[in-house]
Design a binder for this molecule. Structure first.
Ligand code: ATP
Length: 220
């Protein structure tokens, strides 16, 4: 059976999630208190309804408790975001993802039991900053406050050298999880694997260690 999603708040973030889910053939209930936003999504989502998500009886009547995953994408109105999350939690929704506006907002959301808290602007800012600092960094995924996964392009300095020669683990405390060359991917490469300039490396490590690796191995 198809997974059922509900997206509450159809701003840029919620709207984009809604579009992506429906493009991937998922069932999506789109909810917003603004009529124009709902009209915009009536031909995109499976169902689109005008509703105030802070009204428990409305969420109940929409059967939101039966959805597999609810995304709360109310940004500016922190109070509404918290209250909505609390109601969803009390209704027993299986999985709740909430967009946080700031660290305080995140702290409250954690306390009331949001399963996943996202900071789209902050996360995207970080990813772009890493890409701007070094053109060799393609992507950056924050795992926790201190650990990340980066996707980087092997530089000239790394060309024709094996992982053991570069000693990424001992020198930088990072692990190379996979190496991609054109369409071939080597998962968990051996220490003897030789890197070529232009290979794409997926590296996991502490942020400080990744920064040192970027500085020493990627920048001229
Ligand atoms: P984004 O940064 O994602 O573009 P935005 O700044 O455009 O968001 P916000 O004000 O953060 O918009 O809110 C996102 C949406 O949430 C808006 O369309 C707004 O109408 C809706 N919204 C706000 N409060 C409620 C509520 N209580 N119930 C339902 N929808 C709400």
């Amino acid at each position: 059976m198809k997974k059922q999603f509900a997206v509450i708040g159809l701003g840029r973030f919620g709207g984009s999630i809604c579009r992506s889910l429906t493009n991937n053939d998922m069932d999506v209930l789109a909810i917003d208190s603004d009529e124009d936003r709902v009209n915009e999504f009536s031909s995109i989502a499976t169902h689109a309804v005008i509703a105030d998500a802070t009204d428990e009886s409305v969420l109940k009547s929409l059967g939101v408790r039966n959805f597999d995953h609810v995304i709360v994408a109310i940004g500016d109105n922190i109070q509404a975001s918290i209250l909505t999350t609390l109601i969803l939690k009390e209704l027993g929704v299986a999985h709740i993802t909430v967009k946080a506006q700031n660290d305080y907002h995140e702290k409250v959301l954690r306390k009331i039991g949001a399963d996943r808290i996202v900071h789209p602007e902050r996360d995207m800012g970080q990813r772009i900053a890493h890409n701007i600092m070094s053109n060799n960094v393609l992507d950056y995924l924050e795992l926790s406050d201190e650990h990340s996964i980066v996707e980087l392009i092997a530089s000239k300095k790394m060309h024709d050298r094996t992982l053991i020669e570069l000693d990424v683990r001992a020198n930088y405390g990072c692990n190379v999880m996979a190496i991609k060359r054109n369409d071939d991917i080597v998962v968990s490469p051996q220490a003897t694997h030789t890197i070529r300039e232009g290979d794409i490396l997926i590296v996991i490590g502490a942020d400080n260690d990744i920064s040192r690796l970027e500085k020493h191995l990627l920048m001229d």
